[in-house]
Design a protein around this ligand. Structure first.
Ligand SMILES: *[C@@H]1O[C@H](CO)[C@@H](O)[C@H](O)[C@H]1NC(C)=O
Ligand SMILES: *[C@@H]1O[C@H](CO)[C@@H](O)[C@H](O)[C@H]1NC(C)=O
Ligand SMILES: *[C@@H]1O[C@H](CO)[C@@H](O)[C@H](O)[C@H]1NC(C)=O
Ligand SMILES: *[C@@H]1O[C@H](CO)[C@@H](O)[C@H](O)[C@H]1NC(C)=O
Ligand SMILES: *[C@@H]1O[C@H](CO)[C@@H](O)[C@H](O)[C@H]1NC(C)=O
Ligand SMILES: *[C@@H]1O[C@H](CO)[C@@H](O)[C@H](O)[C@H]1NC(C)=O
Ligand SMILES: *[C@@H]1O[C@H](CO)[C@@H](O)[C@H](O)[C@H]1NC(C)=O
Ligand SMILES: *[C@@H]1O[C@H](CO)[C@@H](O)[C@H](O)[C@H]1NC(C)=O
Ligand SMILES: *[C@@H]1O[C@H](CO)[C@@H](O)[C@H](O)[C@H]1NC(C)=O
Ligand SMILES: *[C@@H]1O[C@H](CO)[C@@H](O)[C@H](O)[C@H]1NC(C)=O
Ligand SMILES: *[C@@H]1O[C@H](CO)[C@@H](O)[C@H](O)[C@H]1NC(C)=O
Ligand SMILES: *[C@@H]1O[C@H](CO)[C@@H](O)[C@H](O)[C@H]1NC(C)=O
Length: 555
C-alpha cells in the first residue's frame, strides 16, 4: 500500500513528466482510471537456443550439497518474524558477555562478505540528505544493476571444513568439552560448498521483487520496442540460480521463463568474462599483488582473538587447542551455519569485540584485495566499466580488459538500448567495479591499519559494500528543471554515492546527481587510465599500507 502522501507524490511526478503534453493527455492518465499491464510485448518469448540453459552451457563449478537443516527441532530459538534478528528467518543470538550495545547488537552486520545485505545510509559517505527515491523534479529513464548472489555455502576448501576435520581428528583420540563449548561434543559438519542456501535464494528473489516494485514501469520501454531484456550471469551453479531467483522475483513464476533471456557466460580459468575477471588476470592471486589483503587480514587475526581463545581453550581437554586460524574458522561457522541452517551454536561463543574484529578482518581483506589498497582491483573492474560505458555510448566496448568480445560484439548478446540492465556477479567483482568507477567516497580516509586494528578513520566497511546480495545501481534521470536535463547517479545498498570530489566536472549535489555527459566523460577518462595488461600481468611489487586507487604502482 502507498501512503496517501506517497500517492500524492507519485501523482505529482506523473503530472510533472507529462506536463509538456498536458493538452493531449490520454485517458489512461486521468486520475482514478485503470491502466492494463502492458509487459510483455505480444509475440515475444525467451529464446533458449540463443540463450541456452545451465546444463547446455556447462562449467557449473563444484556442487557438493549439504545436509538438511532441522531448525524446528534443534535451534535454540524459533525464527519469529518480529524477533531480534533483522534478517528473517535467521536466528541470531546476542554475543557472549556484557555488551555496551545492550541486547540490540545485531551480529549479522559484522560478518563482512558473509553478512546478509542491509540498507546503508548515504550519510556514511557524505550525503546526509540524499534518498534513493527519485529526486523531485526528475523521472527515471534507465536503470543499471550489478548485484551479487545471495548467501552460499563456503567456497571449496575454506576454513570451516578444515576446522571440522581438525575436530573430527581430535574426537578420534578423545576430547572433553564443558560450559558453552559442550555442544561441540555432538557437533557435526552439515555444510556443502559453493551453492546458494535457501536463505540465499530468498535474498535474490526478494531483490527481484523489490526492483520490480521500484522500477517496473521501465518495462514499458521494452513493450514499445517489442523486445524483452537480456539479464546476464556466470555459469557457476549459484550464479545461474541467482539470476533465475532474481528473475523469478522480478517477473514471477513461471513468467520469468519466457519474459527475459538469461545469458550465462562461462566462468572458468582462461576465459574472458567481466563478471569473473580474476580468471584471466594472473596477478589477481599473486601474494605481493592481488592478495595482499588475505595476508594482512591473517596477520591481524593472529592477535585479535587472544582473550576468547584463552576462554575457549580452558573449556576443552584432550588433543584439541584452538589457534587464531580456528577463531576465524569458528566465526565463519557462525556466519555460514546461520546463513545455511538458520542458526549456529558458534555465534554466542564470541564477544562484541570479537565481532567488531571479525568485521575488521574482512575490511582489511577486501580493502587490500579488491579495493583501493589493491594494485589490481581497478583492472579487474575495468571490464564492467567498459560495458557500462558502451551501453550508454551505444557502441561495442573496446576489447582491452576481461570482457568477452565474442558476446559484447553482438547486440543480441550485448544489447545497447535496454531501459533495464541486470548483471549478477561476485562480491569481489562488485568491489573491483566500485574501485574502477573511482568512487573514492566509499574509501575515504587513510589506508586501513593492519597492526593496531580498526582506527575508525576510513569510511570503508566490508559488510556495507560486499555482503550477500549486495547491489550497485545506476539511475539515469530526466530532470527538466536542471541546466542539463539528463542526469545520473549511483547507489549502493540504498546509499547514494557522492561524486563531486571524484568525478571531474560533477557539481556538489545533495542528491548525488551529476550531468550525464560530464559523468560519461569522467568515467571514459578513468577507464583509459586503467592499464589492464600492466596491472594484471606485469612484474611489480605492491605492499599493504597504500591507497593505490586500485592500480599498480608504476615505479
Ligand atoms: C551428546 O549426545 C549424547 C548422546 O546422544 C547425549 O547423551 C549428550 O547429552 C549430548 N551432549 C550434548 C552437550 O548435547
Ligand atoms: C568468450 O567466451 C567464449 C564462450 O564461452 C569462449 O569460448 C571464448 O574463449 C571467450 N573469449 C575469450 C577471449 O576468452
Ligand atoms: C596473542 O597471542 C599470540 C599467540 O597466538 C601472541 O603472539 C600475541 O602476542 C598475543 N597478542 C596479544 C595482544 O596479547
Ligand atoms: C574425558 O572424560 C572422561 C570421563 O570423565 C575421561 O575418562 C577421559 O579421560 C576424558 N578425556 C580427556 C581427553 O580429557
Ligand atoms: C594431536 O593433534 C595434532 C594436530 O591436530 C596431530 O598432528 C597429532 O597427531 C594428534 N595427536 C594424537 C595423539 O592424536
Ligand atoms: C563512444 O562512441 C564513439 C563513437 O560514437 C567512440 O568514438 C568512442 O570511443 C566511444 N567511447 C567508448 C568509451 O566506448
Ligand atoms: C565484431 O566481430 C566480427 C566477427 O568476429 C568482426 O568481423 C568485427 O571486426 C568485430 N567488430 C569489432 C568492432 O570488434
Ligand atoms: C527506451 O530506453 C532507451 C534507453 O534509455 C532509450 O534510448 C529509448 O529512447 C527509450 N524508448 C522509449 C520509447 O522511451
Ligand atoms: C545552472 O547554471 C547556472 C549558470 O551557469 C549556474 O549558476 C547554476 O548553479 C546552475 N545550476 C545547477 C543546478 O547546476
Ligand atoms: C578519482 O578521485 C580522486 C578524488 O578522490 C581524484 O583526485 C581523481 O582525479 C579521480 N580520478 C579520475 C580518473 O577521475
Ligand atoms: C620480477 O622482478 C623481480 C625483482 O626485480 C625479480 O627478482 C624476478 O625475477 C622477476 N620475475 C619475473 C618472472 O620476471
Ligand atoms: C598503524 O598505526 C601504527 C601506530 O600508530 C603506526 O606505527 C603504523 O605505521 C600504522 N600502519 C599503517 C599501515 O598505517
Amino acid at each position: 500500500m502507498l501512503s496517501s502522501l506517497a500517492k500524492v507524490a507519485a501523482l505529482a511526478l506523473m503530472v510533472d513528466a507529462t506536463s509538456a503534453a498536458a493538452i493531449t493527455v490520454s485517458a489512461s492518465r486521468i486520475a482514478g482510471s485503470a491502466v492494463s499491464d502492458v509487459y510483455p510485448p505480444s509475440s515475444t518469448s525467451a529464446n533458449p537456443s540463443l540463450f541456452p540453459s545451465e546444463p547446455v552451457v556447462g562449467f557449473p563449478g563444484p556442487t557438493p550439497t549439504g545436509l538438511e537443516a532441522a531448525a524446528a527441532q534443534t535451534a535454540p530459538a524459533y525464527p519469529y518474524n518480529n524477533g531480534p534478528a533483522k534478517s528473517f528467518p535467521l536466528v541470531a543470538p546476542q554475543p557472549h558477555g556484557v555488551s555496551t550495545f545492550g541486547d540490540n547488537f545485531d551480529i549479522t552486520r559484522y560478518w563482512g562478505n558473509l553478512s546478509p545485505w542491509y540498507s546503508v545510509s548515504s550519510a556514511d559517505y557524505g550525503l546526509p540528505n540524499a534518498s534513493p527515491l527519485i529526486p523531485s523534479g526528475c523521472t527515471i529513464t534507465q536503470l543499471l544493476l550489478l548485484y551479487r548472489h545471495g548467501a552460499r555455502y563456503p567456497t571449496s576448501g575454506a576454513a570451516p571444513s578444515t576446522f571440522a576435520t581438525k575436530v573430527a581428528n581430535a574426537a578420534r583420540v578423545g576430547f572433553n568439552v564443558t560450559g558453552e563449548l559442550s555442544f561441540l561434543a555432538n557437533w557435526t559438519y552439515k555444510l556443502g560448498a559453493e551453492l546458494l542456501t535457501p536463505f540465499g535464494r530468498a535474498q535474490n528473489f526478494n531483490l527481484g521483487v523489490e526492483y520490480r516494485q521500484l522500477y517496473g514501469e521501465l518495462l514499458n520501454n521494452f513493450t514499445t520496442q517489442g523486445a524483452i531484456p537480456v539479464f546476464r550471469t556466470q555459469s557457476q551453479d549459484r550464479m545461474v540460480k541467482t539470476a533465475e531467483n532474481f528473475a523469478a522475483g522480478f517477473f514471477g513464476v513461471p513468467e520469468y521463463l519466457s519474459q527475459v533471456n538469461i545469458e550465462i557466460l562461462v566462468e572458468t580459468p582462461g576465459v574472458n568474462n567481466s563478471g569473473a575477471p580474476y580468471e584471466v588476470c594472473n596477478n589477481s592471486n599473486v601474494a605481493s599483488r592481488g592478495s595482499i589483503g588475505s595476508t594482512v587480514a591473517a596477520l591481524f587475526a593472529n592477535n585479535a582473538f587472544n582473550a576468547t581463545l584463552a576462554r575457549l581453550n580452558s573449556e576443552v581437554t584432550g588433543n584439541l587447542t584452538f589457534t587464531p586460524t580456528d577463531a576465524i574458522a569458528m566465526l565463519q561457522l557462525c556466519s555460514y551455519e546461520t546463513d545455511a541452517l538458520g542458526y549456529s551454536a558458534f555465534c554466542p561463543l564470541f564477544t562484541v569485540d570479537d565481532f567488531l574484529n571479525y568485521e575488521y578482518y574482512f575490511d582489511l581483506s577486501f580493502y587490500y584485495n579488491n579495493g583501493p589498497g589493491s594494485p589490481v582491483s581497478a583492472a579487474q573492474g575495468k571490464g564492467f566499466l567498459e560495458e557500462w560505458l558502451a551501453r550508454f555510448n551505444h557502441t561495442i566496448p573496446p576489447a582491452n580488459s576481461a570482457l568477452n568480445e565474442t558476446f559484447d560484439n553482438s547486440t543480441t548478446y550485448f544489447p545497447l538500448n535496454q531501459s533495464i540492465y541486470a548483471d549478477a556477479t561476485h562480491e569481489v567483482v562488485v568491489l573491483d567495479a566500485l574501485t574502477a568507477f573511482n568512487f573514492t567516497a566509499l574509501f575515504n580516509g587513510p589506508p586501513l591499519n593492519y597492526t593496531v586494528g580498526n582506527e575508525g578513520t576510513n569510511t570503508f566497511v566490508a559488510s556495507k559494500l560486499v555482503p550477500f546480495a549486495t547491489h550497485f545501481t545506476t539511475q539515469v534521470l530526466s530532470c527538466p528543471a536542471r541546466n542539463q536535463t539528463k542526469q545520473i547517479r549511483f547507489i549502493v545498498n540504498d546509499a547514494v554515492i557522492p561524486v563531486s570530489d571524484s568525478h571531474p566536472g560533477c557539481p556538489v549535489d545533495p542528491d548525488g546527481l551529476c550531468p550525464f555527459n560530464t559523468m560519461i566523460s569522467a568515467l571514459t577518462n578513468r577507464a583509459n587510465q586503467i592499464n589492464f595488461n600492466y596491472d594484471c600481468f606485469a612484474n611489480y611489487t605492491a605492499a599493504p599500507g597504500h591507497d593505490y586507487n586500485g592500480r599498480a604502482p608504476t615505479s
